[in-house]
Design a protein around this ligand. Structure first.
Ligand code: CMX
Length: 434
């Protein structure tokens, strides 16, 4: 058994016991009342899930196992000579609740490198799709093709005991995380570089190797990938991608089935696809205004035009957050450090100065501030990754870290199948509209 797995195995019993005892004592307490408006309103603000890996505070933003993004930047190990946190470290933190040292992070890197070989049929499945198929379509097809390797599906068929479910789930999760960068890079090179693929470099870390396979050898870009993969990894349990993984996983669907469900959710424009939509929208604005850097007044008019056409301003707003997303801030700081005069970064900054007041003035947008997707594309464009249709795939690779930790824990503690109740308008009216 590998050492990470061994350590995780030793945590299962105490954690299960803790939950059991907590439930015994407090199981009948209430965590809140649900209003009819919440039943119709996408369950906003209803606490109905357990997610141990991270918690989102509306005012403060995300904390991973209690650590904010600046704290992760300070406390997680970096690549030799680098400054950004290694996503391997965040994975370990989310899985075990403990901060890793350099050795542990190297162990995670090596573990994933050992598992990273993608079977050839996965590439054939991707190749069977037209090159014009959206990268997220190709990504989900690739994930489903990887499912032939599912250890959980094999073990379940043989007749595994409930107590052991976590073990093949851990294997699947680790294999999936290890293989996703290769699948993502394959799609990118297939679509945008004539299928001129780049072999992995097993000496590199997980995110550095992804950059390398995409075709970017610039050290700064590798640092960006490390930061990117860290900040997109998890956003507590109720967002569409994380919840879809958890929901589908609760039927004992394996990691591949569950993760692809999450990726189908991430591919929606109100969720992860917003990173592509932001750059598409910024480029369209620039083109319409004749190129160059638009003035604040021009941006303001363009934003108002977007709203008047009944569209959303991509990259702004959030279902939970009520302030600027700290993931936006982390990316802004990266830009200020590495590319302060980049024209697209200056445009993103101007948009930040203009949009919130306009959204506030609508009187209905609850959070006028930018989210993670408002910034990520500008950084990628700077280093030459301009093919914005691909951006959500990068988000997806990162999201595997949090969702797979969650799934391993769900199997370890025997989380039950999800089955919330539903009702009808007629029944609600009968009960309340007297
Ligand atoms: N532009 C225009 N209108 C917006 C808006 C925006 N950026 N954000 C919210 N609104 C509108 C909503 O569409 C809604 O309008 P209606 O009442 O006419 O339906 C109203 O304001 C109230 O919405 P809300 O309660 O403030 O926001 P929700 O929780 O319903 O939705 C989100 C949250 C993210 C879907 C929404 O803010 C949005 O569409 N933003 C743009 C897309 C985006 O950036 N998504 C990425 C989010 C982060 C991520 O998951 O990656």
């Amino acid at each position: 058994m590998d050492r990470i797995k061994e350590q995780f195995a030793s945590m299962i019993e105490p954690a299960s016991l803790e939950i059991k005892e907590f439930l015994k004592e407090y199981g009948d307490e209430k965590v809140g009342d649900v209003k009819i408006s919440q039943v119709y309103g996408g369950m906003r603000g209803v606490t109905a899930l357990i997610c141990e890996t991270s918690k989102l505070d509306p005012e403060e933003g995300i904390r991973f196992r209690g650590y904010s993004i600046p704290e992760l930047q300070e406390k997680l190990p970096s690549y030799p000579g680098g400054q950004e946190p290694l996503p391997e470290g965040l994975f370990y933190l989310m899985l075990t609740g403990e901060l890793p040292d350099d050795d542990t992070v190297r162990r995670v890197s090596n573990n994933w490198a050992r598992r990273s070989i993608v079977p050839p049929h996965v590439f054939k499945v991707i190749d069977a799709l037209p090159e014009t198929a959206h990268p997220m379509t190709q990504f989900v097809a690739g994930i489903m093709a990887l499912r032939t390797e599912s250890e959980f599906a094999k073990a379940y068929r043989k007749g595994i005991a409930k107590k052991e479910y976590w073990d093949p789930t851990y294997e699947d999760a680790m294999n999936l995380i290890a293989r996703l960068p290769r699948v993502a890079a394959y799609i990118y090179r297939r679509m945008y570089h004539n299928g001129d693929h780049i072999e992995p470099d097993s000496k590199l870390d997980w995110a550095g190797n992804l950059a390398h396979m995409l075709g970017f050898e610039n050290e700064e870009f590798k640092e960006l990938m490390r930061l990117y993969m860290t900040i997109h990894a998890d956003h507590e349990g109720g967002n569409v991608s994380a919840h879809a993984v958890k929901l589908v996983g609760s039927a004992l669907s394996d990691s591949y089935l569950s993760f692809s469900a999450g990726m189908n959710g991430l591919a929606g424009p109100l969720h992860g696809l917003a990173n592509q939509e932001v750059i598409r929208w910024l480029f369209a604005m620039r083109d319409e205004l004749g190129g160059g850097l638009p003035s604040k007044e021009q941006i303001s008019n363009y934003v108002k035009q977007t709203l008047s056409e009944g569209k959303v301003v991509p990259g702004f707003g959030h279902a939970v957050l009520r302030k600027t997303d700290p993931r936006y801030t982390a990316q802004r700081e990266f830009a200020q450090k590495h590319m302060p005069h980049d024209e697209l970064f200056v445009l993103v900054s101007r948009v930040y100065e203009v949009v919130p007041d306009i959204l506030k003035a609508t009187g209905k947008v609850k959070n006028p501030w930018p989210n993670v997707d408002a910034h990520s594309g500008a950084l990628l464009v700077h280093y030459g990754l301009t093919q914005y249709d691909f951006y959500t795939v990068l988000f997806g690779v990162s999201r595997a870290l949090g969702t797979m930790c969650g799934l391993i824990w769900d199997r370890a503690i025997g989380a039950p199948i999800e089955r919330p109740g539903s009702t009808t308008t007629e029944l609600l009216k009968k009960e309340f509209a007297k």
